[in-house]
Design a protein around this ligand. Structure first.
Ligand SMILES: *[C@@H]1O[C@H](CO)[C@@H](O)[C@H](O)[C@H]1NC(C)=O
Length: 503
């Protein structure tokens, strides 16, 4: 709270000044010839979307590795054909290839790193799909298929096509762009942190545009200011060298499932407050301006209704924190798996020898993955019930949470662009999920990210029958094109000539 309150007022004044500046200047849209180019290519780009969706680039399944490769090649072919330079596919130290291209010929202009991913989630349960997830269709105003929204249609193709439109129609770009489209976002971007570190010079930029993200609703834009981080671990409790007869040994030997239940329940109070020593130490209260943003979001979105929609009538959670705080800005330790003993039909009178559990933690800004992971390990060891052994099966490296500043000409430009294309003032909010690369960009490149993607919550991303509205697909193209011009105008207005970075 302390450190937040101190900075809140200058930030508010600064953001207000930026927005006023934009108002005084007026929005700097993409020129008419660019917008005409987009409209003229709408049909063709719909077919391109289906081409890319039909490549089943499922990063989680080893059997799809070749298709993930094919999608990387498809993306780099497009990058080259639209006029990006130094286009390449990178593999070293990565789980799946990452694609890169750049265009750096705009002097006295900022450099944006555009980020997205061409990999997709698995499709099961397949029988719940109304059509083949990898035979993209265009019907009734939507495109269908796995990845058609997340992230092929809501982000990466609109971003690349917008570059194509501006370059073709005007012969140049208003700003410099570097484009990084990876193939392992859906499995947590393993290896990406080290890869970014190794390519720090190549990726150097003024801000990131994430083509992965979402909007609040079809008519309500939003700008994400924070993401939670992530860490996980699995462990086993062992009480004997073999499973035992529950009659002959029961009572004289510790039961590992009971011990596991006791150990797991020591992590939280009954109302869900985390009781791990040190875990909450670095968690900060929300600043006054963030509380205002949360309130505004609650006015726009039926937060309780979202829970009711998934069959939850009664919200749960630590006292004194709203549903949104619980979902966005409080950390969690979730038991994501817990098993052992006899799980078949009927009863088997066994006293099992071991029990297993997996924990997934969502972390918030200022928490450090390593410190909280150690705190949880320490807790499990010191609360271990008697007569059992604890072994860790795995402990993830995890990824840090992300928190952006609301000031910065790129944020003002993103806000003005979203308002221009969607017709409403964007709401600032956080997401409870994690996009590891965005946290790595902040940590390693020290840059903020603006989110420009056009999923809305009903489009079944990660679920059966994923779809993308035709209208939003076209709007996404226009938004990226406008953003390139608006961010240049916002930069020219706010960054004094003397402070501009040399390329
Ligand atoms: C528990 O650990 C101790 C010390 O390493 C070992 O002697 C014992 O056999 C272990 N017990 C089980 C049930 O694994």
């Amino acid at each position: 709270m302390k450190c937040h309150t101190r900075y809140t007022i200058p930030f508010v004044i600064l953001s207000a000044a930026l927005i006023q500046g934009a108002l005084a200047r007026g929005f700097a849209p993409a020129p008419t010839e660019v917008l005409e180019y987009i409209t003229a290519h709408n049909e063709e780009w719909g077919k391109e979307l289906c081409d890319l969706v039909n490549i089943p680039s499922i990063s989680a399944l080893p059997a799809h590795a070749l298709q993930v490769d094919s999608a990387a090649k498809w993306v780099t072919n497009l990058m080259s054909s639209i006029g990006l330079r130094n286009v390449g596919i990178f593999r070293t130290s990565l789980h799946h290839p990452t694609t890169y291209g750049e265009w750096l010929l705009a002097p006295n202009a900022p450099t944006a790193l555009i980020y997205g991913h061409y990999d997709v989630q698995p499709v099961d349960p397949l029988d719940l799909w109304d059509s083949d997830p990898f035979k993209c269709e265009r019907r009734d105003g939507v495109y269908t298929g796995r990845g058609v929204a997340d992230d092929k249609g809501s982000g990466i193709l609109p971003a690349l096509h917008a570059i194509q439109a501006v370059l073709s129609a005007t012969g140049t770009l208003p700003i410099n762009v570097k484009v990084l489209i990876e193939g392992a976002e859906e499995i947590g971007s393993p290896g990406m942190k080290g890869w970014i570190e190794a390519h720090k010079e190549m990726l150097k930029c003024d801000f990131v545009i994430s083509a992965d993200g979402s909007q609040v609703a079809v008519d309500q834009p939003g700008l994400v200011l924070g993401l939670r981080g992530m860490a996980s671990m699995g462990f086993t409790l062992t009480t004997a060298s073999t499973d035992l007869h529950s009659g002959l040994f029961g009572g004289a030997v510790q039961n590992p499932l009971r011990a596991m239940a006791q150990l797991i329940s020591s992590l939280h109070s009954p109302q869900g407050k985390i009781q791990v020593d040190g875990f909450l130490d670095d968690v900060k209260d929300l600043s006054a301006s963030e509380l205002v943003d949360y309130k505004r979001f609650e006015e726009l979105v039926d937060v309780k209704g979202e829970l009711a929609k998934v069959g939850v009538d009664e919200p749960f959670g630590e006292e004194g924190h709203s549903i949104l705080e619980q979902r966005w800005s409080r950390p969690t330790i979730e038991v994501v798996g817990m098993w052992g003993g006899f799980m078949g039909d009927g009863i088997k009178t066994v006293l099992p020898r071991e029990a297993h559990a997996k924990l997934a933690m969502r972390l918030v800004p200022y928490q450090k993955v390593e410190l909280v992971t150690d705190a949880v390990k320490q807790h499990l060891m010191s609360f271990l019930p008697p007569s059992c052994n604890l072994t860790f099966d795995f402990v993830s490296k995890g990824s840090e949470a992300y928190l952006a500043n609301k000031d910065g000409y790129w944020m003002a430009a993103a806000s003005a662009t979203l308002k221009h294309v969607m017709g409403a003032e964007p709401v600032y909010y956080r997401m409870g999920g994690s996009i590891p690369a965005v946290a790595h960009f902040k940590e390693i490149l020290d840059v903020d990210t603006i989110f420009m993607a056009f999923d809305v919550p009903d489009q079944n991303i990660h679920a059966p029958n994923e779809f993308m509205r035709e209208g939003l697909y076209e709007m996404a193209h226009e938004a990226f094109a406008h953003l390139l011009f608006e961010v240049k105008a916002a930069y020219a207005e706010t960054v004094p000539t003397t402070e501009r970075a040399e390329l």
